[in-house]
Write a protein that binds this ligand. Structure first.
Ligand code: ZN
Length: 247
């Protein structure tokens, strides 16, 4: 079974479309979205519509919940809040209805779990280092948990024999074999719609349960196209320029 994980699309429709097209060659069985479908970008309804038809399942992120009033907007920075308020003003009833069905975390087919931010707090916590990862490993009820929220592709592994956490080296397009008999894993595919690892290409990953491997991938899309739409809608300049930089 091949699962494709997509996180933090943030209303970036061109990036999502490019991932769908680029991932076809892997013959994906199921797409899974790790939340933050909306916020930051100019295509919230189109993005929600496409994700709805694409995915096997999704969890919701802090931006999704804030845009439909399920989470306070006070904790967001000014630019993020502006984009959420704009999103709130344009979301259709159909999109709101779908976003309202999302849970912040869930277990999938007893094989792995998904969460937007972290198991310690699904909507607000960021897994940014090995020590925070350890608190999350303790809460896992499966061998693998996929997460998003940081917009940085990452694998944290916990060696269960000596309880020591490590960060696994990731190279784009290279298969990584997982050893689930001895390790637990926390895996972040990176952000589809607003990457922050210095690479502007849309990030995603493919998990193959047949050989228990993971591959991190990038899809080059037209950043210029979405930037033109953001300029037309008078989005804050930094939200527009950061997409070219991948920050
Ligand atoms: Zn996000």
């Amino acid at each position: 079974m091949k699962y494709c994980f997509i996180a933090d699309v943030h209303s970036n429709l061109p990036a999502l479309e490019e991932i769908i097209s680029a991932s076809r060659k892997f013959l994906i069985d199921k797409y899974i979205c790790l939340g933050d479908m909306v916020g930051y970008g100019p295509y919230p309804n189109e993005t929600v519509d496409l994700i709805k038809t694409l995915v096997f399942t999704s969890c919701g992120g802090n931006h999704d919940f804030a845009a439909i009033g399920r989470l306070e907007k006070d904790d967001f920075n000014k630019l993020a809040r502006q984009a959420i308020e704009w999103t709130e003003s344009v979301l259709t009833d159909t999109s709101i209805k779908y976003l309202n069905t999302l849970e912040p975390s869930k277990k999938i087919e007893d094989k792995f779990e998904i969460v937007h931010g972290a198991l310690t707090n699904p909507l607000t916590d960021y897994i940014i280092n090995k020590w925070i990862a350890v608190s999350n490993f303790k809460l896992m009820t499966t061998r693998i948990c996929f997460f998003g929220h940081t917009h940085i592709p990452r694998i944290f592994a916990l060696n269960e024999h000596n309880n020591s956490p490590e960060i696994i080296d990731i190279k784009i397009n290279e298969k990584i074999k997982l050893n689930i008999d001895n390790f637990r894993y926390l895996i972040n595919p990176g952000s589809a719609g607003q990457p922050r690892d210095g690479n502007p290409d849309a990030a995603y990953c493919v998990f193959d349960t047949d050989d228990c491997s993971i591959i991190f991938l990038r899809a080059e899309y037209s950043v210029h196209q979405i930037q033109q739409e953001m300029q037309r809608l008078k989005f804050p300049e930094y939200l527009t320029t950061r997409l070219s930089l991948g920050v």
